[in-house]
Design a protein around this ligand. Sequence first.
Ligand SMILES: Cc1cc2nc3c(=O)[nH]c(=O)nc-3n(C[C@H](O)[C@H](O)[C@H](O)COP(=O)(O)O)c2cc1C
Length: 197
Amino acid sequence: MKSSFLMLGLAILMILATIYSFGRTNKNKHEQNTIETIFARKSVRSFLPQPIEEEKIELLLKAGMAAPSGKNLQPWEFIVVDDRATLDSMANELPYARWLKESPIAIIVCGDSLKSFYWYLDCAASAQNILLAAESLGLGAVWTATYPYEERMDVVKKYIDIPENISSLCIIPVGYPSSPLQSKDKWDPTKVHRNSW
Ligand SMILES: Cc1cc2nc3c(=O)[nH]c(=O)nc-3n(C[C@H](O)[C@H](O)[C@H](O)COP(=O)(O)O)c2cc1C
């Protein structure tokens, strides 16, 4: 009787230890994936003529809205452009965003200057989240700047009917990459200072 209690106790202990170590392994795996995505991200400027699944577009937008923002004001707004004529017209007028000619969609990250005077900082965090999410979903993307260039922001205003208080930070062409690309190794220990310069 005593030994069967002992056996039962041991069995319960083993089950608990297995559950605990499984949880830890999964957590580590998740953390590693995030780190891998950060280091694998690269700007992609050439795309296959392949549409992007709606679920993936929604995930990109959810990632954008998961970003941190000052006072949690979330001053961002997003415009998904999949109209070929609009993408082509913006590509023609924005040399630094000419990659829009090939991308099946673009996400324009905008901010509301009435909600926050530093909307562009919050929107930058949001844009980076979108770039990382694209990488992890097997998509390619690139930040093409509109802010702080008035003439580029005006091109967005011309094609997208946005209200006065809304400004665009960047246009992110997104698509399946036309060829595999390597990310750059930017690690530079001379840029790190500890306790004093
Ligand atoms: C604020 C900002 C503005 C950028 N503007 C443009 C742009 O207008 N057009 C473009 O093709 N890439 C643009 N880029 C992408 C950079 O050129 C790219 O991030 C840089 O060359 C490093 O390459 P990587 O993203 O592959 O690491 C921009 C990136 C940032 C963060």
